[in-house]
Each structure stands twice: as C-alpha cells, then as structure tokens.
Ligand binder design. Structure first.
Ligand code: GLA
Length: 511
C-alpha cells in the first residue's frame, strides 16, 4: 500500500513540472487575415525585470505600446491608447495564450477586435515590422499662389459612390457635367475621393487599383472636356476607408499626382491622427504636402481635411491650403446639414480669396431632403462663400435639383469676387437673417426659417430704402415695392440680392 502511494507520488512529481510549465509567452506573435481596422498584424512580448513589456503592430497606426502590461498565468492584460473617444483615452486589451497560439481581444475606437495569432518566423516578423516615416519638416509658410480666387466648384465621388467608384463612372460624371450644363454654370473639378488606391510598386510609387487602369489617360479625358481632375490621399499609412496613404511617401506621391495631371488634392488626416495628434505636428504634416505640391510646379488646389481641428482656418493658408474642412462628415439629412451650416461652419473666420472654409460636399440631388431643405443647404453654402462640390450622381440630376445647382443668382453670391463669408445678423423665433456684402456695393440677404411651419418674415427694414432693386434669387424676379413681408417655407429660405443703385444688370446675377 505504502509502495503504491509512493509510486503515485513520484509519478505526480515527475508529471507536474511538465504539465505546469507554462509555454513561453515572450517573443513575436503574428496574426493572419487581420480585419481591416485597426489591422493588428503582430504582437511582441519581452521580459522586463520581474514583468513584461511589449507592443502590438497595426496597419493603421504602426506600433502601439502596451501600457501597464501584466502577465498572470496564461493571460496578459495591457492598456492601449484609444482614439476618438474622450471618455476612454485607453482601453484594456487581453492576450490569452493557448497551447496552439494566442487570442487577442480589445477595443479601438469603433472596432471590437478578436484575433487569433501564432508564433512568427523571423521573415514574417521582419515583413510586419513598421518603418517610421522620416521626421516632419519644420513648419514653414507658403506664399499665396493665386489659385482659388473664388470658392472651388465641382463634384466629388464620396457622398454618392463612397468606395464604389471607378474610371468609367468618373468619365461618365465628366460627360454629365458638360451635357447637363453644370460645367457652364461654373462647376469644373471632377474629384475622385477615397477608394482609387492600389499598392506601391518596388520603387515605392503608388499605383491605382484595378478600377483605375490609367490615371493619366483619365486626367486627359477630363481635361479634354474643359474640366479638372481631383484626387485624394492621407498623411497617415491608411486612408479613412483603409486604402494606402501617403505616410513616408509624401513628396513622391505629390510628384506622381502632378505627373498624372491632377489639379486638386484632398488630404484627409484619417490614420494620420495617431502620428500627428497635436497642433504642431498636424500643421507640419499639412505643410509637408503643401510644400511638396508647390515643388512639383503644377498648380494644384490643396484641400485640407482634418475636420476643423486646431483652429485650421488660422493657419490653413500658410501651409498651402486653398480650402479646409471645418467639420466632420455631412450626411444627407436636414439635421446634420443644418448643424454644419448654421452652427459649426460659422465658427471659423478667415475665409476669402485663396482660402475657404469648407463645410463639406453638397448633398443636393441625393434625395434625403425636401426641395426647400436643399435650397436652404445651397443658400447656407452660398452665403458663407463655401466650396460648391456636388455629391450626387450627375446623370440623375432631377429638374428641381438642377434648378438649385444651376441657379446663376445663387452661384454668383457664392462666387462673388469680394470673397466675404456671410454672417448671421439676427435670429428671432427660428427666423434667421444672414448678410453677405458683395462686390460693387450689392448685398446678399438670406432669410432662413428653421421651424417646421411656414412663416411670414419681414424683409429687413432699410433694404428698400437703399434705393436699389431687390432680387428674389430663388424665384428669379425683383420684389415689388410693397412686398415687405415674405412667406418662408418650413426649413426653407428666401435669398435676396439687393442691387446697388445705378446697377443696370437686369438679372441681378453679377459675376
Ligand atoms: C473621411 C472624409 C470624407 C471622405 C471619407 C473617405 O470621412 O471626411 O469626406 O473623404 O473620409 O474615406
């Protein structure tokens, strides 16, 4: 009996170390088939004193250091810096080791990550090791280059097509811009937003994806129709939709765009917000591309897209920008549009010839708002001298949308050579009056009804007393002398142009 118990104990003592010996947790673990965002490709863990330290490597942000790492048994927990969530500037991640590998779980911004990894071979680890970009240049100041004297007008693919954009569709938009009369109304830029990028060649040169077989030929096609071509990139490794960004290739990409014949670049912060998180680095990264575009010698309108952070209107021009987004993304609904147009964009000063506040692309024609709401949208943009970049399928422009987008009087107010951003003058019970001085002494007045019932509003007193005619822009006619009270539909707008005395222009559509 004693002998049997002794034998069992010996067996247990021999077996125990083998069973309990934890598989080594340190080393490099790789993840195959990582979801696009944030795209964890690797995890490294190494001993540090009595504990461990390490990092995870992501496609979007490169290496993310583990904060407060703790290894207990088969579980490693750590905190990782989180983005765009002030309530959770870090999130807790967990790596659970199994005999076969590791399961990594955590949250980043909007994504919940669950990825299974395995030990990486040295070549795999080398291939996934992040290469930091060279340091940013010191901040410089670029002189005015004479472009964008009035707010840029054109079309952009994102609002309607998002990533479902290709060469044939862009050509079709260029054709429709001409045949619909939109080009002759002033719209010239045909801008490809996110989703055109492929991979880099061995020389680091960024190539379009298979949907864009020949960018130079596409630019030629657009130019042959009297139009200009725009393109899109990011200072980060990944664009907002997860395509290749210009990180580490800024000057090279600027030269590539210029060689293709590109006339407009939208540069969208996206994953760059990880690397350039403070005002200084954001300014420098935008300056870097601004200087790189200038160095190409090609006139390229430069559109900054960093959602209005760090008072961009104060420094957008000096980094070479001709327009800068003041907001997050517009969507095709009255609430979002009016939050941007009435509240957000007016907070930004400094619009004027050569540099414009950009409240984002137009939604007119996409169907989410009523005709009155779309007129309000267009009026808000016009009276604030905003870029007019259409965002719908130009082949399907309905009559009511065309009447808005091609209204010469409204366009003339937007494009006025004085380049002043109109401002709110009065707001009483949901009726707002805005004023924009125009060249030659004319004045634009917009009366907005922000309520959900039709209302009557007074023509601001004193306008008629100035002695000139008052044009009702959307109705296309002059007000009669006794028309001092006007009906403003729910969510709608009356747009007036007060023509300075002595002006003979019958339409009130000065250009
Ligand atoms: C961001 C921008 C949008 C659009 C998308 C593309 O969200 O703000 O205007 O360019 O990226 O991914």
């Amino acid at each position: 009996m004693i002998r049997r118990a002794w034998a069992a104990l010996c067996l247990l003592l021999f077996a125990l170390p083998a069973a309990a010996a934890p598989p080594a947790r340190t080393g490099s673990w790789v993840f195959d088939g990582a979801p696009s965002y944030p795209g964890v490709t690797m995890m490294r863990v190494e001993r540090a004193g009595a504990g461990v330290r390490g990092e995870i490597t992501t496609r979007w942000y490169g290496p993310i250091a583990m904060q407060n790492p703790r290894l207990r048994g088969d579980t490693l927990t750590f905190d990782a810096r989180n983005l765009n969530d002030n309530a959770h500037p870090t999130r807790r991640w967990t790596a659970r080791f199994t005999p076969r590998g590791v399961r990594l779980t955590g949250d980043m911004w909007y994504a919940h990550v669950v990825q299974d990894g395995r030990r990486g071979a040295p070549a795999e680890v080398a291939a996934r090791t992040f290469r930091p970009a060279p340091p940013l240049p010191a901040l410089g100041s670029l002189p005015d280059d004479g472009l964008a004297r009035t707010p840029p007008m054109g079309w952009s693919s994102w609002n309607r097509f998002a990533e479902k954009i290709d060469d044939a569709t862009v050509r079709a938009m260029a054709d429709a811009m001409v045949s619909s009369g939109l080009r002759d109304a002033g719209y010239v830029y045909v801008n490809i937003d996110d989703g055109w990028q492929g991979t880099r060649g061995p020389d680091g040169e960024l190539r379009p994806n298979a949907k864009f077989p020949d960018m130079k030929a596409l630019a030629d096609y657009v130019h042959a129709r009297g139009l200009k071509l725009g393109i899109y990139s990011s200072p980060g490794p990944k664009t907002c939709a997860g395509y290749e960004g210009s990180y580490g290739h800024v000057e090279q990409d600027a030269r590539t765009f210029a060689r293709w014949g590109v006339d407009f670049l939208k540069y969208d912060l996206c994953s760059g917000e990880w690397f350039y998180a403070d005002a200084d680095s954001v300014k420098r990264t935008y300056y870097q591309m601004g200087a790189a575009l200038r160095a190409t010698g090609r006139p390229i309108v430069y559109s900054l897209c960093q959602y209005g952070r760090f008072d961009v209107a104060d420094w957008g021009r000096s980094v070479g920008g001709h327009l800068w987004r003041t907001t997050g993304d517009i969507t095709d609904d009255y609430k979002t549009m009016s939050d941007i147009g009435f509240v957000r964009n007016p907070q930004f000063p400094h619009a004027g010839p050569g540099g414009w506040n950009d409240p984002d692309m137009l939604e007119v024609g996409n169907g989410g708002m009523s005709a009155d709401e779309y007129r309000t949208h267009f009026t808000l943009w016009a009276i604030q001298a905003a870029p007019l970049l259409m965002g719908h399928d130009l082949r399907l422009t309905g009559a009511s949308d065309a009447a808005i987008l091609e209204n010469g009087g409204a366009i003339a107010i937007d494009q006025d050579s004085l380049g002043v951003q109109g401002r709110r003058e009065a707001s009483i019970d949901g009726i707002e009056t805005w004023r924009k001085p125009l060249a030659g002494g004319d004045v634009a007045i917009a009366i907005f009804n922000r309520t959900t019932a039709d209302r009557d509003a007074d023509v601001p007193p004193g306008l008629a007393a100035q002695g000139g005619r008052i044009i009702d822009v959307w109705r296309g006619r002059a007000l009669a002398a006794d028309e001092t009270r006007l009906r403003v539909p729910a969510h709608g707008t009356v747009l007036l142009r007060v023509v300075a005395p002595g002006t003979t222009d019958q339409e009130g559509t000065k250009r």
